[in-house]
Design a protein around this ligand. Structure first.
Ligand code: PHE
Length: 462
């Protein structure tokens, strides 16, 4: 244990796992998905997915990690057999591919921090929509920003689990929350704020389609860092005296609350600016926020730059967990030197991300890379669809099946008892087992089929 490192205590694990969960998924992705999928109706389905389907899977992941103290591939190989090892490998691969695009978007946030703080971006007459389009297609700047981000990530991961990850999260996450709360209060004073609130909070269930379900489920997996073994890897550093159940509930609540607050922040701001549509897509946060910072006058650049800086830190605690998965895989399986492995894997993933960076207008080839579901798709969308929208739920499906049905000698239950001796025989225990065995696999399996039909064949079942 000592040689692999470990969290200093239960709070250390919660902070690190919450740091992994809270990131661009909450503040960049969640709001634009709500905006594209009809507002409050999406929110309702999203909450249901997070608590009913994902939370049980989070318990399973963490239990597998703590029991084996290995990376996802090693863990499944040890408890199951070679076939199960494939699920772990899928996780490692998803981690690599998700980090490859995540690092690009983190680079955008980093770039906005620089441009707002030092580049004079917030000035009258700037069309922030056009600016964003130009920004993401400018390859030189993006290269610099994303190299910078990957280097930071690698330095933290190389510093070791305990020192690196825990410390940052405990200080900077609360600051981010304060910032969001401040922007919510400001937003509520603006004209149009109430329209924004009702879009976000009053459900119109006629907006629900098959698309809503799969987007909400995929988003819940992504936001909670589930389905690829990030929490197997982090779970491998949790002590035997700590309760996994309480920790998982806290992590889920923290993550979902921050996404919820991000929505409360963004929609009043969006509806107060007539030129911005809620369904603006991936640029939503980057387009809606600068216009608001501009209205703040001379403190605007300071507030704006601080916001994007905090967003960068939130992203950093997530990129760290994404990088940790392939690094733990390589060091565990091939007994390599941890530091060298970190730098090697980070460099490799940076290069894997280049086509994604080029796919936002810089290169025609990657921008119109492929065609499916009735539309031409850029490279970024392809990678996101395959490795995040599909691979995470698929991984989660197998993790639930494994913990619920295949883990021998009641391994899953016994692992939950460590640090939580009173759980045995309770209603809560029966609930958890029922969810992990039946509800999560069934719902995820059904939605997975719906998503494949929808994404690749444009067939909508309802
Ligand atoms: N949960 C992170 C976010 O919401 C992204 C992530 C996904 C991190 C998968 C690790 C594993 O930003």
């Amino acid at each position: 244990m000592a040689s692999r490192g470990g969290f200093s205590n239960r709070l250390g694990f919660i902070a690190a796992a919450a740091g992994s969960a809270v990131g661009l998924g909450n503040i960049w992705k969640f709001p634009y998905e709500v905006g594209e999928n009809g507002g409050a109706a999406f929110l309702v389905i999203y909450l249901a997915c997070a608590f009913l389907i994902c939370l049980p899977i989070m318990l399973a992941e963490t239990a597998i990690g703590r029991n084996t103290r290995l990376n996802p591939f090693g863990a499944f190989n040890k408890l199951g057999n070679r076939k199960w090892g494939l699920v772990g490998l899928l996780g490692v691969l998803s981690g690599i591919m998700i980090l490859s695009f995540y690092n690009v978007v983190a680079g955008w946030a980093f770039g906005y921090f620089i441009q707002i703080g030092f580049g004079g971006l917030l000035s009258e007459g700037v069309n922030y929509g056009e600016y964003f389009g130009g920004f993401v297609s400018d390859i030189t700047d993006n290269l610099l920003y994303s190299i910078g981000f990957m280097v930071l990530t690698a330095l933290i991961v190389a510093g070791g689990v305990q020192k690196g990850i825990e410390r940052w999260t405990k200080i900077l996450m609360p600051l981010l929350v304060v910032m969001i709360l401040g922007l919510i209060s400001y937003g509520l004073t603006l004209d149009g704020a109430m329209d924004g609130l009702s879009f976000y909070l009053v459900p119109d269930f006629s907006e629900i389609t098959a698309n809503t379900f799969y987007t909400a489920l995929a988003q819940a997996f992504f936001s909670l860092s589930l389905g690829m073994g990030a929490l197997i890897t982090y779970g491998s550093y949790v002590g035997k005296n700590d309760s996994i159940v309480g920790a998982a509930a806290l992590i889920t609540i923290a993550d979902i609350s921050i996404a919820f607050l991000a929505g409360l922040m963004i929609f009043p701001l969006v509806f107060s600016q007539p030129s911005i549509e809620a369904n603006a897509g991936p640029g939503l946060v980057f387009v809606a926020l600068p216009g608001i910072f501009e209205t703040m006058g001379s403190i605007g650049p300071f507030i704006g730059a601080s916001f994007f800086l905090l967003l960068c830190f939130a992203a950093l605690t997530s990129t760290v967990s994404l990088l940790e998965v392939p690094v733990a895989f390589v060091t565990d399986q091939f007994k390599t030197n941890r530091k060298k492995t970190v730098y090697f894997v980070a460099t490799f993933i940076f290069f894997v991300g280049l086509p994604t960076m080029l796919s936002q207008g810089a290169s025609d080839f990657f921008t119109n890379f492929t065609y499916y579901g009735g539309e031409s798709k850029d490279f970024f969308t392809l990678i996101e669809n395959v490795f995040s929208d599909l691979a995470l739920p698929l991984g989660g499906f197998f993790i639930a099946i494994f913990a619920g049905w295949s883990w021998k000698n009641k391994g899953f239950q016994k692992e939950l008892y460590f640090g939580n001796a009173t759980l045995e025989g309770t209603f809560l225990e029966k609930m958890i087992l029922f969810m992990v065995r039946f509800v999560s696999p069934f719902v995820v399996g059904a939605i997975f089929i719906i998503s494949v039909l929808q994404i690749f064949f444009n067939i909508s079942l309802f």
